[in-house]
Design a protein around this ligand. Structure first.
Ligand code: SF4
Length: 107
């Protein structure tokens, strides 16, 4: 999907959130993403600051913040953290689930 689609989806969902009508999975994913943003040096108030730079946690590349409003960004399905922090966290959580399932199955 396009970035324009992500922006409209994020803003639309932020309005839905005010009426507490967001799908539960979208709400939970947004909360997890936002908890990562809350401790990130790239965050400036409610925005991922394009004036700040950081290192992508997977590729090691230097990247600037995207300039997006964070609440709306966290609500868009295809939005990505410019530093790969969301992807890294979701991969880690998935790995933990896989290990738990193997452990529960006695493998
Ligand atoms: S989107 Fe990524 S880089 Fe931007 S504030 Fe959130 S965690 Fe930091």
């Amino acid at each position: 999907m396009s970035q324009i689609h992500d922006i409209f989806q994020g803003w639309g969902r932020s309005i839905q959130a005010k009426f507490q009508s967001l799908p539960e999975d979208v709400q939970k994913r947004s909360e997890l993403r936002m908890s990562i943003c809350d401790s990130c040096h790239m965050r400036s108030n409610k925005v991922c600051s394009p004036r700040r730079e950081g290192t992508h946690v997977i590729t090691g590349e230097k990247k600037k913040g995207c300039g997006c409003a964070l609440l709306q960004k966290t609500l868009a399905d295809n939005a990505r953290c410019p530093l790969g922090k969301w992807e890294f966290a979701f991969r880690a959580i998935q790995k933990v689930h896989e290990i738990e399932q193997k452990f529960a199955a006695g493998k």
